[in-house]
Write a protein that binds this ligand. Structure first.
Ligand code: PMP
Length: 427
């Protein structure tokens, strides 16, 4: 047995305490391939969690692209190179024609930081609205948006939070149209409050799939009224695609396309280069030019030749292996499996998701919808003990977060579902 206790002590000593780790018994991984991971004892795990290795752990095409470019040339970004141009051309072709230019970064946090400043440059204002259960990254500016760890000294006067949409317990008990109107009304209130403040209103930043909020199943057109309210007030809409992007929802390449609106700015990260650190901001060329005029932005590593080669390989594999269609088919198959489990296990209160982004919410009682966060923790840990890795999320921390690499198959879904069935039966 590899010695986890010794590794944990070494981490604390060298990296500091309080670094996040998954599972009561953390996993010490040494190798990955496709949807599989292996630990230091040679034990294999089915990866139902990791969206970063989007096209599969160590996909040979991505490995080859990185290796080839790293052994040819890698530099900072102040020279001419086709790699970044070819990539941005291919990337922006997947968006609405208005989203026709991009800045490449190294993380999603940086991308969101830039997006906030783009909105400032375009509106001359600084006020920003986010949901009260989101996460948009770790820079000083974007950590102002996260309610999980309130900033030292409290939130700035330029930040307003609106209640995260929850389809299982909709705002004011309403469903459908009324639910969408209730969310839009909260955004309108926040806009009015910012406009009365010295900051004014510059942008609404949302993940169009509300991943960190627990990815509620929202009715079609849920955001229409909200988008209209933001536009009426002269603000910009930033769609954070760090989680739903690159086809994960199985219906579209982008979460905002799935939600049915065109944002002003889109931010990208995690899956973009299969684990190589690449993020980006996509917007209209005028917005990029306005931003650069106001801020003279430079990023040493963002868009370097190796990163662009890795990111390009990801786009190619998504298309060649038809991974969006796979997400649609396997996601629907897994969802049907969750329905069957719900008929058997009363702990499952709700099933939600789209494509290969799915989960179940656990409740102590279906009538009262009382959240069951402790059981959710036990279930996720028991799954890990049985060799299936998944996570936990949601406003009440009682939903499973299942977001596997995109080549996840029906056979993989069967293994995940039968293991969950065993775990639920054994509780
Ligand atoms: N936006 C969202 C929606 C995220 O979930 C995250 C990371 N979990 C980020 C931004 C930040 O990305 P990064 O960690 O690459 O900075």
């Amino acid at each position: 047995m590899a010695d986890n206790a010794a590794l944990l002590a070494r981490r604390d000593r060298l990296l500091g305490r309080n670094m996040s780790l998954f599972y009561q018994d953390p996993v010490h991984l040494v190798r990955g391939e496709g949807v599989w991971l292996w630990d230091a004892d040679g034990r294999r795990y089915l990866d139902c969690y990791n969206n970063v290795p989007h096209v599969g752990h160590c996909h040979p095409r991505v490995v080859e692209a990185i290796t080839r470019q790293a052994s040819t040339l890698n530099t900072h970004t102040r020279y001419l190179h086709e790699g970044i141009l070819d990539y941005v051309e291919r990337l922006t072709a997947t968006f609405d024609a208005s989203l026709n230019a991009a800045i490449l970064t190294c993380t999603g946090s940086e991308a969101n930081d830039i997006a906030l400043r783009m909105a400032q440059a375009m509106t001359g204002k600084t006020g920003v609205i986010a949901t009260d259960h989101t996460y948009h990254g770790n820079t000083a500016a974007v950590s102002q948006l996260s309610t999980r760890m309130p900033p030292v000294g409290g939130f700035g006067g330029h930040v307003r939070h609106v209640p995260a949409p929850d389809s299982y317990r909709p705002l004011g008990g309403a469903a459908g149209e009324a639910f969408a109107a209730a969310f839009a009304a909260k955004v309108e209130e926040a806009i009015a409050s910012l406009e009365e403040s010295p900051h004014g209103f510059s942008a609404l930043i949302i993940d169009p799939f509300f991943a960190n909020e627990g990815f509620p199943d929202l009715p079609a057109g849920f955001l229409d009224k909200t988008v209209a309210a933001v536009r009426k007030a002269g603000g910009l809409i930033i769609a954070d695609e760090v989680q739903p992007g690159f086809g994960r929802t199985g219906t579209h390449m982008w979460g905002h396309q799935h939600a049915g609106f065109v944002p002003d700015i889109v931010t990208l990260g995690k899956p973009m280069a299969n684990g190589h650190p690449v993020g980006g901001v996509v917007a209209n060329l005028d917005t990029l030019n306005g931003f650069r005029k106001a801020f003279r932005y430079f990023n040493t590593f963002g868009g370097n030749p190796v990163s662009c080669a890795a990111a390009m390989a990801v786009l190619e594999v998504i298309e060649e292996e038809q991974l969006i269609e796979n997400a649609r088919v396997v996601g629907a198959y897994a969802r049907a499996g969750f329905e069957r489990l719900a008929a058997k296990h009363a702990l499952i209160g709700d099933i939600r998701g789209s494509g290969l982004f799915m989960g179940t919410e656990f409740v102590a009682d279906r009538k009262s919808k009382e959240p069951a966060p402790e059981q959710a923790t036990r279930i996720v840990n028991a799954m890990r003990e049985r060799g299936v890795l998944m996570g936990k999320i949601g406003v009440h921390q009682c939903s499973t977060k299942i977001r596997p690499p995109m080549p996840f198959s029906q056979a993989h879904a069967d293994l995940m579902l039968s293991t969950l069935d065993d775990v639920l039966s054994g509780l």
